[in-house]
Design a protein around this ligand. Structure first.
Ligand SMILES: NC(=O)c1ccc[n+]([C@@H]2O[C@H](COP(=O)([O-])OP(=O)(O)OC[C@H]3O[C@@H](n4cnc5c(N)ncnc54)[C@H](O)[C@@H]3O)[C@@H](O)[C@H]2O)c1
Ligand SMILES: O=C(O)C(=O)C[C@]1(C(=O)O)C=C[C@@H](O)C=C1
Length: 306
C-alpha cells in the first residue's frame, strides 16, 4: 500500500489511536507518526511499547508539520483539544476525528480551526470494550465501516485522500450527513450500550440477594451484555451527553415497546409475543442472508470467514 501522508499526528493514545498506528505501519500509510496523550504515564507507556515514531510532550509539538491530524480523545473534549492545537496546524493539513458522535463534535471543533485546513470528521464503526494505549491491534478496522462526515463545501481532493487512508487501514468507507449519523448510531450503538449498562446494573443489584448466582450461571447472551457494559465510562458518558436528542428519542420508543411486551406477558397475550419475536428473528436472518454479519457462524452459508 502506498504512503498517503508524509506525517500523521494522533492526539489521545487509546484503543482507536493505537489501533490506527499499528494499521498505519502494517500498510506503510505514513512517513512518520507522532503521538500525544494528556497524561505523562500514558506517554511513557506509549514510548515503552513503541507506539508512534515520536511521542511528544505537548499536543502542539505533535501536530506541527503534520499533514493529517486525528483527534482520538473522548467526544466531550474534542473542542478543547482543537482550540489547543489550532494555532500550530500546517496550512493545507487535514484534521479529522474518530468520535462516536458527529453533530456535537463538528459544533465543538469547527469554530476553532483556521480556514486553510480541511476539517473532515470521521467515525470508524469498530471497537472493543478495552481502552488505553496497550489495547490496540492492527486488524481492528479490517472489513469494518468507517463513516466520513464532511462539512459543507469540504475539499473533495482532501476527502478522497482520507477515504483512501481509511481503506488502507482495512475499512470500507461511506459518507453520511451528521444528523443521520447520530440517529443511526443511537439505534445501533448508543441505546444498546445504555441497555447493556442497565441490565448489568440490575443483575448486580440482584446478585447481592442471590449470592453471586447471577454471574456464575450467566448464559452467553448476558455475558455479551457484561462485555459491552465494561466499556470505558468516560467515553460513554460523553457519548450520551453529546448525542442527547437522538438517544432520548430511541430510548422513548424502546420504552414504549418494552411496556407493550410487559403488558403482553402480564395479560398472557402469547400472540403478541410470538408475532414480535417472529418479526425480530426475520430481521436477523435478513442480515445474515445479505452477508452483512461477517462474524456470524453461518456467514457465507455455513462457512466461517477466512
Ligand atoms: N472504543 C470504541 O469502541 C470506539 C469505537 C469508535 C470510536 N470511538 C471514539 O474514539 C475516541 C477514542 O476512544 P478510545 O476507545 O480510543 O478511548 P480510550 O479511552 O482508549 O483513549 C482515549 C485517550 O484520550 C486521552 N485523553 C482524554 N482526554 C484528553 C485530553 N483532553 N487531551 C488529550 N488526550 C486526552 C486519554 O488519556 C486516552 O489516552 C472517542 O471519541 C470514542 O467515542 C471509540
Ligand atoms: O464492539 C464493541 O465493543 C463496540 O461497542 C464498538 C462500537 C459499537 O457500538 O459497535 C462502539 C462505539 C463506537 O462508536 C463504534 C463501535
Amino acid at each position: 500500500m502506498a504512503q498517503m501522508y508524509d506525517r500523521v499526528a494522533l492526539i489521545g493514545l487509546g484503543l482507536i489511536a493505537s489501533s490506527m498506528f499499528w494499521a498505519i505501519k502494517r500498510a506503510g500509510l505514513a512517513g512518520e507518526v507522532t503521538g500525544y496523550a494528556r497524561s505523562a504515564a500514558t506517554r511513557q507507556t506509549a514510548r515503552d511499547i513503541g507506539l508512534c515514531d515520536r511521542i511528544c510532550d505537548t499536543a502542539i509539538q505533535a501536530v506541527e508539520g503534520a499533514d493529517l491530524v486525528v483527534l482520538c480523545v473522548p467526544v466531550g473534549v474534542m473542542g478543547a483539544v482543537a482550540e489547543e492545537i489550532a494555532g500550530a496546524l500546517k496550512p493545507g493539513a487535514t484534521v479529522t476525528d474518530v468520535g462516536s458522535v458527529k453533530r456535537d463534535v463538528i459544533e465543538q471543533v469547527a469554530p476553532h480551526l483556521p480556514g486553510d485546513v480541511h476539517f473532515i470528521p470521521g467515525h470508524p464503526l469498530a471497537g472493543t470494550e478495552h481502552s488505553g494505549p496497550t489495547s490496540g491491534f492492527a486488524e481492528l478496522f479490517d472489513n469494518r465501516w468507517c463513516l466520513l462526515v464532511p462539512v459543507e463545501g469540504a475539499d473533495r481532493g482532501a476527502v478522497a485522500q482520507l477515504r483512501a487512508f481509511w481503506e488502507g487501514l482495512g475499512s470500507n468507507v461511506e459518507e453520511m450527513d451528521p444528523d443521520h449519523h447520530d440517529l443511526v448510531l443511537a439505534v445501533t450503538s448508543h441505546a444498546p450500550h445504555l441497555i447493556a449498562y442497565t441490565m448489568v446494573g440490575v443483575a448486580d443489584d440482584l446478585r447481592r440477594v442471590t449470592d453471586s448466582e447471577v454471574i456464575k450461571y450467566s448464559a452467553a447472551g448476558f455475558r455479551d451484555f457484561t462485555r459491552i457494559a465494561a466499556s470505558d465510562p468516560t467515553m460513554w458518558r460523553d457519548v450520551f451527553l453529546t448525542n442527547k436528542e437522538a438517544t432520548l428519542e430511541i430510548l422513548g420508543r424502546f420504552t414504549e415497546e418494552l411496556f407493550a411486551l410487559q403488558r403482553a406477558i402480564r395479560t398472557g397475550d402469547g400472540d403478541h409475543l410470538h408475532a414480535y419475536f417472529t418479526r425480530t428473528r426475520a430481521i436477523r436472518r435478513g442480515i445474515i442472508e445479505a452477508g452483512q454479519d461477517t462474524d456470524a457462524p453461518d456467514f457465507g452459508r455455513g462457512k466461517r470467514k477466512p
